[in-house]
Design a protein around this ligand. Structure first.
Ligand SMILES: [Fe+2]
Ligand SMILES: [Fe+2]
Length: 177
């Protein structure tokens, strides 16, 4: 990749390398849950993937970043598959600290992941959680996540929340297969 990537090229790369993740039926759950402001967890994950690729590109990191692992880790970093705004009697009280691990556990059930992907998903909440990512891809996901989350949380669009279809619980989706 000798030239700088355009927005369209980045979106195409994410669609190509992230296809298996994007098309998985459990992604339906992410499409039904708001993450920050009026952005669903699915939209947030795609944004993080695009931003992480943009950052790697602009920082000229392609000689040491695995593009496919970066995209898949970014798309799966919030694969915790519940709406964290539903407090569930306090079960998700520690969401900020635990959801990286929850996302990894879910992702391992649905996908074959390499070590870069696993480590980057599990430690994406660093420095809120104590263990730093082991790979540069993990730092890119962490940084892109923080930037996206901040922009989404403070966007004026957050006041325009549309009603989302009710998220089908994991078990129900499994039962219909
Ligand atoms: Fe997260
Ligand atoms: Fe996130």
């Amino acid at each position: 990749m000798g030239h700088l990537l355009t927005r369209t090229q980045i979106q195409r790369l994410v669609a190509k390398h992230g296809r298996e993740v994007i098309e998985h039926r459990h992604m339906q759950i992410e499409r039904c849950c708001y993450q920050h402001g009026n952005v669903t967890t699915f939209e947030h994950s795609v944004r993080v993937a695009c931003l992480a690729v943009w950052m790697a590109d602009r920082a000229h990191l392609w000689y040491r970043v695995d593009l496919k692992s970066l995209i898949r880790a970014a798309l799966l970093h919030d694969y915790f598959l519940y709406d964290w705004h539903d407090w569930d009697n306090g079960e998700h009280q520690w969401h900020g600290f635990t959801h990286g691990h929850a996302a990894l556990v879910n992702a391992l059930k649905d996908f074959k992941l390499n070590d870069i992907e696993r480590n980057s998903i599990e430690n994406h909440m660093f420095p809120m959680t104590p263990v730093p990512p082991r790979y540069i891809e993990g730092y890119l996901v962490t940084l892109a996540d923080k930037c996206s989350a901040t922009a989404e949380t403070f966007s004026f669009d957050r006041f325009n929340k549309r009603a989302l279809p009710a998220a089908k619980p994991y078990a129900e989706i499994e039962a219909r297969r």
